[in-house]
Design a protein around this ligand. Sequence first.
Ligand code: BJ8
Length: 421
Amino acid sequence: TASYEAMWERLGLDLDAHTSLLEVLGKFYGDIYMSQQGRLRGMEYLDFVVSEIHGLRIRELEEARAQGRKVIGTFCVFVPEEIVWAAGGIQVGLCAGAEAGTEAAEKILPRNTCALIKSFVGFKLARLCPFTESCDMIVGETTCDGKKKAYEIFSDHAPVYVMEIPQMKGAADRALWKAEVLRFKEAVEDLTGRSITAENLSEAVRLINRRRRVLQRLNRLRAAQPVPISGRDVLLINQVSFYDDPDRFTQKIGELCDELEAKVRRGEGVADGAARVLLSGCPMAIPNWKLPYIIESSGAVMVGEESCIGTRNTRDLVDESGRTLEEMLDAIVERYMKIDCACFTPNTERLEHIVDLARELEVKGVIHYGLSFCQPYAMESFKVEKALRNAGIPMLAVETDYSMEDVEQLKTRVEAFVEMI
Ligand code: BJ8
């Protein structure tokens, strides 16, 4: 890390606090990830990426910025990535999955705010995240009220641009969304100084589709019986997909899938006798591994993640058949309108997707994860439970945050659920 210190200092990080954060993260990763038996060789790439979490990729961003490229940070899968890459920008999903910085965040936000929001504000105020500090623009959105209002406060500290996300899915909402995609395109063109053309947009659509396809392949393979890879390994791959270079990531995960395919052919599993479960709900940003670890050390194995850091972000591709810029932008508008976030009303597609996914994956039960104080997902969990009950699939609703205080209590509840299913 010594070689990175000068870079972290240039980015204005609080070096002492940052060192402690990396130490905690390293220990947490060791306990949760390195302790697993029979992992794929391909996971070494992920271990490397995590060991370099604030190192190598940040250096790449620094080099890219030195050549005039712009870095755009996001907190929501609604931000159309294709536009950023087409304009020569680099998009990074900002993590917001750790508790560090909460104290600072609570000075400017109500305490009863979800942990994800406190985390991104806290990381900024406590100067802990080199990704946040590398951003030339940070894109917020009007999804839940918490995020929407937090961006107003956050914009005093960072270069925030807010996209308006519709709340329903009628014709007027689609028109609003299209206008917002076009407004974003202009903002990105202004920032990067590069026009978006049919040519560069087509390339970007293919680039991001390739990454989605490799994750779809991973999701198909991991669903095999016996289960060939732990759910937390797959979650980690999804988490890393948000900030790694898309080409490199696609190639590395493609290699990992080749290895996984061979393992499936040999009929080798990692979780003998464990109950197959689907995790559903709020996004789990890196390094939020608490609940997955509890689940997978309680006699269950996750075979799917119905969340934005999971199938919601990879299920739908952008149609590649468009030839003109207008057609391509329309295809982008359509693809993103399919996102079934709990911020929409009504949101029946999500209920259908969960039931279909649970059946397809042949799970014994679903664990619904909501962050404390997240109203959209907490409210919707009642409807999810009902839809699953009608399909004969049991569900456990868990509400938690990033602190470790409730680990024992959660473990007891998860174990009782796993025993019952
Ligand atoms: S498309 S899920 S990434 S908004 S957990 S901050 S909802 S109070 S994250 Fe999300 Fe986009 Fe939707 Fe996906 Fe608010 Fe809830 Fe907190 Fe949340």
